[in-house]
Design a protein around this ligand. Structure first.
Ligand SMILES: NC(=O)C1=CN([C@@H]2O[C@H](COP(=O)(O)OP(=O)(O)OC[C@H]3O[C@@H](n4cnc5c(N)ncnc54)[C@H](OP(=O)(O)O)[C@@H]3O)[C@@H](O)[C@H]2O)C=CC1
Ligand SMILES: O=C(O)CCC(=O)C(=O)O
Length: 411
């Protein structure tokens, strides 16, 4: 199912549960601004290449719009729209003073050199610099981007507006990045999983995990779960997938991935079909790559009892229904992966204050926010007699709706 159709469907279900006024419901769905730009750069061989870039600013009722920038061949306007909307509900679930936005460039970052990526990022920034800013829209990393991308955006933006560290988050530490931001989404996934398992009288230790995606989020989640005693029995990335039912040696796998740019070829596990990763035997499945991967084609075959959505919108609504009938418990993206944007908020606050927190403070504050977020979601589940996804959606949508009404919306 198209990502935007799926996201709108979840939003509308939440709006019905909340009994939202139909005009308010309609206005919350319509994005504030959709930007599409053509980014043409000289390639290293002297030829010209053109890429389409997007930034969708969905809502700013609760504060500056916030969300990552993705570089991936499958980036399309509907997906960016859906991801921007999810950011609005996510920042509200996390209860941080932001709205939602998302950006992306349709490109394959693995096929561009470092200097081509730098040129592309600078051209994209030149085209959107007037529409982002510390108090309007604050980008961050997502799939295919990272601290270096943020450093180029910061530098290019600063040529137009003066040096402004807080205009992006997820920066390198040397440029005002926050300690703990790199690990934050994975650490948030750990805290969220702990909170959920606690409800069932279980802990991370002794549970068997499968993780799809071994980039920033997947690899940090793997490392932190491994350190907490969880057994990771299968992982995958774009290069392949592998399995070891006794548990993969995660520190050795991380070294292998650093040296070989992928999980393929790691001797501590047996290669498996990448398409089978989601249906491998385990207690807990963590999708940490693309959207829409859990759908009606594979939902019936999923063996996990719990799914922790580290990726954004990994589960189609049709799969939600199938999994719910099977008794699988899904911890939704807009809560489960909110650790990244929460520490982005801490980074922005530190930049504005001109004061650096130590890593312990960052991680402790993150735990507090994730714990409060879980309690908030559970309370909404109780109030509306709904599952965790609707608990999170009603929590987020209700906070944004209240802010919108308080600000007033007469033209
Ligand atoms: N970064 C963040 O702070 C946040 C990220 N997220 C979400 O988490 C997810 C992952 O993001 P992030 O870790 O930052 O991105 P990265 O680019 O760092 O990593 C993505 C990972 O997914 C792998 N991958 C890509 N396509 C496939 C595929 N078809 N099958 C299996 N693996 C695949 C990539 O492999 P390879 O590297 O080999 O290409 C890589 O291991 C996304 O959905 C993102 O929106 C959510 C909240 C915050
Ligand atoms: O850190 C941020 O601001 C946004 C991270 C993001 O894009 C996401 O949570 O999906």
């Amino acid at each position: 199912m198209n990502a935007l159709v799926a996201t709108n469907r979840n939003f509308k279900l939440a709006a019905r549960l909340l009994g939202l006024d139909s005009k308010l419901e309609k206005s919350l769905l319509i994005p504030f601004r959709e930007i599409k730009v053509e980014c043409t750069i000289p390639k290293d061989d002297g030829s010209l290449a053109s890429f389409v870039g997007f930034r969708v600013q969905h809502d700013n009722a609760r504060g500056p719009m916030k969300g990552g920038i993705r570089y991936h061949p499958e980036v399309d306007p509907d997906e960016v729209n859906a991801l921007a909307q999810l950011m609005t509900w996510k920042t509200a679930v996390a209860n941080i003073p932001y709205g939602g936005a998302k950006g992306g460039i349709g490109c394959d970052p693995g096929k561009l050199s470092i200097s081509e990526l730098e040129r592309l990022t600078r051209v994209f920034t030149q085209k959107i610099h007037d529409l982002i800013g510390i108090h309007t829209d604050v980008p961050a990393p997502d799939m295919g981007t990272g601290p270096q991308t943020m450093a180029w955006i910061l530098d290019e933006y600063s040529k137009f507006h003066g040096y402004s560290t807080a205009v992006v988050t997820g920066k390198p530490i040397d440029l005002g990045g926050s300690l703990g931001r790199d690990a934050a989404t994975g650490r948030g996934v750990l805290f969220a999983t702990e909170a959920l398992l606690n409800e069932y009288g279980k802990s991370i230790s002794g549970q068997q995990f499968v993780i799809q995606g071994f980039g920033n989020v997947g690899s940090w989640a793997a490392q932190l779960i491994h350190e907490s005693g969880g057994k990771i029995v299968a992982v995958s990335d774009i290069t392949g997938a592998l399995k070891n039912s006794k548990g993969l040696d995660i520190p050795s796998l991380l070294k292998h991935v650093k040296d070989n740019k992928g999980v393929k070829g790691f001797h501590g596990g047996d290669p498996i079909e990448p398409s089978s990763i989601l249906v491998e035997d385990c207690d807990i499945l963590i999708p940490a790559a693309l959207g829409g991967v859990i759908n009606k084609e594979n939902a019936n075959d999923i063996k996990a009892k719990f799914i922790i959505e580290a990726a954004n919108h990994p589960t189609d609504p049709e799969a939600d229904e199938i999994l719910s009938k099977k008794g699988v418990v899904i911890l939704p993206d807009i809560y489960a992966n909110s650790g990244g944007v929460t520490v982005s908020y801490f980074e922005w606050v530190q930049n504005i204050q001109g004061f650096l927190w130590d890593e312990e403070k960052v991680n402790n504050e993150l735990r507090t926010y994730m714990t409060k977020g879980f309690k908030g979601v559970k309370e909404m589940c109780k109030t509306h007699n709904c599952d965790l996804r609707m608990g999170a959606f009603t929590l987020g949508v209700n906070r944004v709706a209240r802010a919108t009404v308080l600000r007033g919306w007469e033209a």
